[in-house]
Design a protein around this ligand. Sequence first.
Ligand code: SIN
Length: 493
Amino acid sequence: MLDFGDVQISGIAEKALRLDKCLIGGQWMAAENGRSINVIDPATGKVIGNVPEMGRHETARAITAAEQAREAWAARPAIERADILMRWCQLMLDNIENLARLLTLEQGKAIVQARGEIRYAASFLRFYAEEARRIYGETIPSPMSNSRILVLKQPIGVVACITPWNFPAAMITRKTAPALAVGCTVVVKPAELTPFSAVAIALLGIEAGLPAGCFNLVTGVPQEIGAEMCANPIVRKLSFTGSTKTGELLYAQCASTIKKLSLELGGNAAFIVFDDADIDAAVEGAMLSKFRHSGQTCVNTNRFFVHFSVYDEFIGKFVEKAAKLRVGNGMDVDTDIGPLINSAAVQKAEAHIADATSRGAVVVVGGTRHQRGGTFFEPTVMRDVTAEMRTACEEIFGPVASVIRFVSEDEVIKAANATEYGLAGYFYSRDQARCWRVAEKMECGMVGVNIGFLSVEMAPFGGVKQSGIGREGSHHGVDDFLEMKFVHFGGLD
Ligand code: SIN
């Protein structure tokens, strides 16, 4: 058992925390330079463990290991790959408490939400285990009587995955489960702020029966690992979740090897409350879409647009609920809002609030660091926000809600779409015709209509414009890991 004062860690979580190694070709290895990176608990600022500081060379070795394992893995019957993924899912669920505690320890989120994330992560393993057997090809009528046209779907090859710190478990399985299910092998680089969930998931994958080299894990210097993943011609696909800025860089770096890319990038989600909305339901949805995971997801609402006739009523009810949120260490079962990931996140929230209030916005609740200190921040609601304020233009990634007033449907749709991002959007209305109209007009990959929650494994997750390329989750989620091969059978006289 590992003892962090108030928190004891055991089982798979303890094993992951003690390892200080990465997985390459079935072997747990240290960095060649012998160096490690400290990982910090954002709730206490204390070091909880280390992971290897790997670079380009180790990444190239991991890619080679994935390539060596690729042919045999792809040749296994789909049902065998599916069985392994299903066992892996079950192992995650069997270890849910230890995995959730590990996740909270390294990321800070409330333990209830960490348990939810582990279930969410396991759901991708299960979904793609089921999907593995449904990779169907196609036959197409030929223009010639003596030929036949077939389309085969084949695994793309070695896949590199770069995952973010806000969902240290779920983004690993959302990317690797479909890749492995269809017969690809993977090299994963988790965020250096939150690598231990990935290590624990890798340990469980091996226990589930993943052959050596199918799942490789490297931690270390992001620029070096990313550069090798992009430049190495063996990697046929890169899947990235993170900021739009990093996504742009990876996109450019992948050009020289013409890789297939999936990018799940930043967002600037609008949440519209029309005058015909059920205000209590809208407030419930607003709470979920703003404060889930302390506001640190790319689908959290960034801009609330509320019709002027219900503006005060909505703000009154929203503020009443936001004021009751309990800020604390995520390990405490009563906590709703854990610490932000680091001091840069706190400074960003402060800068957005300072900019908005200097231009006329009013803080109705919160607005400052929490009295606990560190990276704890008060859930905040600001009213009288306008479109040109930083908080309405840039992704906040914190528990700060900005509420803008609007008058007409046309005006609010234009305003909601006036952003380079296009990931998620939400709105509340009881008018069915309006619901269809607005859902179709919102320029984003996902729309919540009278609901403030979108993340489920069976639906396609992803954005348009500068929010990304491709979709993860759902039966569409396998497409990015498959190549189509047209086979023309001739001479059939
Ligand atoms: C993300 O923030 O990248 C993922 C959010 C989700 O799946 O809910």
